[in-house]
Design a protein around this ligand. Structure first.
Ligand code: URP
Ligand code: ZN
Ligand code: ZN
Length: 467
């Protein structure tokens, strides 16, 4: 079955141009003009942008964390109506299991048969037993060339000391794996949390007080030095502040292969949300913490100028009721993380492109192409190329609406962006050639998404190759 996407403006990470696009089965077969008559059906997309499907390389579906867990893959239609056709989900390491066995379990028990989007997994260290160091080759062979380690969360199974991180960097570089690092100084946070609680400061706003910018900046600079010493690349996830971004930019200027991601919430949501009346501020508890608005413009500039490479949602589907409420008397017990897989494209377009801070081409780069490259999905995904998967977003730039939990598919009881104006939306989405969103509504099925094996050396595309 061939479908012609006709009359739209194709937007890539390099340029925008008028062309038609031919889908044959699951793939893009041709791009250009004169394709009329080659397809059984024609979709007129005049006045619309045609974008590659988004790659959200930072999601946490069914994450066990802080005594509870996030919503599962049955809520992935939220990703697809938001223009994301492939996620790279952080696969938790289960007690007593190795990294690869944990991925098999997460895949079989949670994702297979349930996901509305294509999916891949990062390994995630939650039990730094000796065997993790020798798992890298098997992970790569299984199509998992990325892994997350945490410098934060002292006192939990996530926390990794520098020797663990350094040794993992040494091991993973040999096989072209890329380490994703959560960069916050756990020891400083631990002490500041203790001091807040000792002073009776238990409300959500003290989450940010106990995790100031300096804890992130220090850890990011340390991460750069660890990567330098190990001669390995490192990717810093969820960069929240100007100073941590500058640490990455300066590290790269010094020849270190350090790269970074920021998230829609660090571009638009300010720290004062944590002080909302009652306990409502708990909805905004995520780590790193939300910041002062002085950071917004520098983070947008970093995306526009290539100092940061990608935007991931860091989606965590926790409810406010019963889950966030676990920390009513103690902010350190509020599950960290906020939902947002549905809103990444809308935020980037409305608050980046339409305010002149991000070009449309850079939006495509940070939303789809660069996450595909860093994660070994390119050129199969993340780009409008002949031979690539036909994952497409038909974007209506004129649509206007308001973000609200009332029309959200995220399956949680609040939206961090409640009341935000939204301009433009994913009107239609194709997942490997199949129409799965129409008129902004999910018309696909759970289980349509499939596991995507990825390739190592994703950074080869960014000019770096481990020896
Ligand atoms: O607050 C966050 N980011 N929660 C999810 C776990 C992580 O650190 O990414
Ligand atoms: Zn993290
Ligand atoms: Zn995360």
């Amino acid at each position: 079955m061939r479908t012609l996407i006709k009359g739209g403006t194709l937007v890539t990470s390099n340029d925008s141009y008028r062309a038609d696009l031919l889908i044959d089965g699951e793939k893009i077969a041709a791009i250009g003009s004169g394709l009329d008559g080659m397809a059984e059906s024609v979709v007129d997309v005049t006045g619309r942008y045609v974008l590659p499907g988004g790659i959200d390389a930072h999601t946490h579906f069914k994450l066990p964390f802080m005594g509870t867990h996030t919503r599962g893959f049955e809520t992935t239609p939220a990703a697809i109506v938001g223009g994301t056709t492939c996620i790279v989900d952080f696969s938790p390491q289960f007690p007593g299991l190795g990294l690869l066995d944990s991925i098999h379990k997460h895949r079989e028990e949670e994702a297979e048969g349930r996901s509305a989007v294509d999916f891949a997994f990062h390994a995630m260290v939650m039990d730094a037993q000796e065997s993790i160091y020798s798992e890298a080759p098997a992970l790569v062979k299984a199509g998992v060339p990325t892994i997350k380690l945490f410098m934060a969360y002292k006192g939990t199974p996530f926390y990794c000391t520098d020797n663990i991180i350094f040794r993992m960097l040494q091991e993973t570089r040999k096989v072209g794996m890329l380490i994703n690092l959560h960069a916050e100084n756990a020891e400083m946070i631990f002490e500041m949390q203790r001091q807040c609680l000792a002073a009776g400061q238990t409300e959500p706003k003290y989450h940010a007080v106990s995790r100031p910018e300096v804890v992130e900046t220090e850890a990011t600079r340390r991460a750069a030095q660890l990567a330098k010493a190990a001669r390995a690349p490192v990717f810093i996830v969820h960069v929240s502040c100007l100073e941590a971004m500058a640490a990455i930019r300066e590290g790269r200027q010094d020849g270190i292969a350090i790269y970074g991601e920021t998230c829609p919430h660090y571009l638009t949501l300010a720290v004062d949300n944590l002080a909302k009346p009652g306990f409502e501020g708990a909805q905004y508890v995520c780590s790193p913490a939300l910041r002062d608005p002085r950071h917004f413009d520098p983070l947008w500039a970093a995306l526009q100028n290539g100092w940061l490479q990608t935007v991931g949602s860091d989606h965590c589907g926790f409810n406010y009721k019963e889950q966030k409420e676990m920390g009513r008397d103690d902010f350190t017990k509020i599950p960290n993380g906020a939902p947002g897989v549905e809103n990444r494209l809308a935020i980037l377009y409305t608050y980046g492109v339409l305010t002149g801070r991000l070009s449309l081409e850079r939006l495509v780069e940070v939303f789809a192409t660069a996450p595909a490259k860093f994660n070994g999905l390119y050129p199969r995904k993340g780009a409008l190329l002949s031979g690539a998967d036909a994952d497409l977003v038909i974007f209506d730039p004129d649509w206007q609406g308001t973000i609200s939990v009332k029309n959200s598919l995220q399956g949680v009881d609040y939206s961090a962006y409640e009341g935000f104006a939204q301009k433009g939306r994913a009107e239609k989405v194709f997942l490997r050639g199949r129409l799965v969103v129409d008129e902004g509504r999910h018309v696909g099925q759970l289980g349509q998404g499939k596991f995507i094996e990825r390739t190592p050396y994703g950074l080869a595309y960014q000019g770096f190759r481990a020896e």
